[in-house]
Design a protein around this ligand. Structure first.
Ligand SMILES: NC(=O)c1ccc[n+]([C@@H]2O[C@H](COP(=O)([O-])OP(=O)(O)OC[C@H]3O[C@@H](n4cnc5c(N)ncnc54)[C@H](O)[C@@H]3O)[C@@H](O)[C@H]2O)c1
Ligand SMILES: [Zn+2]
Length: 398
């Protein structure tokens, strides 16, 4: 037997800026043509732009073309594609082949770049096509949603949905660079802009009590989605997510512990049960609330801390109830308990759920008590009922 180690040390860089394609902006140039690299090599670039981002940002497409046209011959825009994004693009395998064709037709090789501009879904699609063409083309991600700027876009994964399962095909691949341009967020509807804040609260709860307190003191401004605080929160969220990926010891997720998935097992099931009517951000807010109450019922979290955390989540504008949470499947099983089983399978058999014991402190549990899970959901329903003074059906037959 011969054994050697393959060691890799890859930089993982996220830049924060505004107006990256304004004529005098040099960040992208500096990233794509670093001074120390083979200076005279021509770099070809394929830009893939999400349609919603292009539509929302008047003149963006023209600005990209003009920005590249103003570069010297060493940086060449080989092609610019505008394609539809959102989750449907990850369910559309021909899009992958379309991107491979574009990469091939544009003469993109391993010294070239693919730049993806858009929400987390299109970044996953383009990232997968880039990672598999020529065994890996350098990818620059430019996330255009708060969620992808603070969370998904700064990760090291890509993928598309297959066999009806989310992210079934994909790779782990560290992007060449991520450029978070806050000016892209201006065209996002307010509800989508708010969604990214929940991943910041999530990562603060598991990692950073001071960040949690900062958001508490700025809750009113955050609720108004004021750019100053919103951008600070996205930046810190991105930093904490990257810190976990780069120093947590398991960047390619070989183990079962997924602290960044706090609140996500409920969220995934709720998104599915609502046929994606409930957005990921709202579903995560509700999933976190359910697991906070579960931690309370298990004696791991005080009611005072639970209420303090819920006050922040609701204070920034999240509503913590959806009827599907108490849905009953045709075989009589509560749908959320089925979701817990699915999450266990997703992790490879061993359940690993992150529970928060105080802001900035979390622990893993490997079993969940079904009765306490249901009690937590009923508690959320009763709380919503008393807040709204309206009637919410106790169960919903699918
Ligand atoms: N790779 C990872 O590590 C990772 C991590 C978390 C999530 N994800 C993935 O990210 C995806 C979710 O990403 P998301 O939350 O950004 O959602 P999204 O990509 O679906 O975008 C949300 C909506 O906003 C629109 N949009 C995007 N940018 C816009 C802009 N600037 N102006 C106006 N509209 C705009 C999109 O068309 C879409 O309708 C999921 O597929 C999820 O699986 C990946
Ligand atoms: Zn998430």
């Amino acid at each position: 037997m011969i054994e050697r180690r393959v060691s890799l040390s890859l930089p993982h860089r996220v830049f924060f800026t505004e107006g990256v394609f304004e004529p005098a902006h040099t960040l992208l140039r500096d990233v794509l043509c670093p001074a120390e690299a083979e200076a005279m090599r021509v770099r070809r670039v394929l830009v893939v732009l999400e349609k919603a981002t292009a539509t929302g940002q008047a003149g963006l497409e023209a600005a990209i073309r003009a920005w590249f046209a103003a570069q010297d011959g060493l940086l060449v825009l080989a092609a610019l594609m505008v394609i539809p994004g959102g989750e449907p693009c990850k369910n559309d395998w021909p899009q992958v082949e379309l991107l491979w064709t574009a990469i091939n037709d544009a003469g993109i090789d391993r010294h070239s770049y693919v730049i993806a501009i858009g929400g987390g879904a299109i970044l996953d699609l383009v990232g997968f096509a880039a990672a598999t063409a020529h065994r890996g083309i350098r990818l620059v991600r430019m996330p255009s949603t708060t969620l992808s700027q603070g969370d998904g876009g700064v990760g090291v994964k890509n993928g598309v949905n297959h066999f009806g399962k989310k992210n079934w095909v994909g790779t782990f691949s560290v992007p060449f660079a991520v450029i978070n341009d806050f000016s892209f967020l201006k065209s996002l509807p307010p509800a989508d802009r708010r969604d990214g804040v929940i991943e910041a609260i999530k990562v603060a709860l598991i990692r950073d009590a001071a960040f949690f307190r900062e958001m508490e003191s700025e809750a009113a401004a955050l609720a108004r989605l004021e750019p100053g605080i919103l951008h600070r929160v996205i930046r810190r969220s991105a930093e904490l997510h990257m810190q976990h990926i780069c120093t947590g010891g398991d960047p390619f997720e070989f183990g079962s512990a997924r602290p960044l998935d706090f609140g996500h097992w409920v969220a995934h099931k709720l998104e599915q049960l609502s046929a994606f009517r409930v957005s990921h951000g709202r579903a995560v807010a509700i999933g976190m609330a359910a697991d906070l109450q579960y931690a309370c019922l298990s004696g791991l979290l005080t009611t005072a801390l639970r209420d303090r955390i819920l006050q922040l989540i609701e204070g920034v504008g999240f509503v913590l109830w959806e009827e599907e949470l108490l849905a009953i499947l045709p075989d009589g099983q509560p749908a959320l308990l089925r979701g817990l089983e699915e999450f266990r399978e997703h992790l490879g058999g061993e359940l690993c759920i992150t529970l928060v014991t105080a802001p900035g402190e979390a622990r893993e549990v490997h079993e969940m008590n079904d009765a306490l899970v249901l009690q937590s959901l009923e508690w959320l329903r009763d709380r919503a009922l008393s807040k709204a003074g309206a009637s919410v059906p106790a169960t919903l037959i699918q």
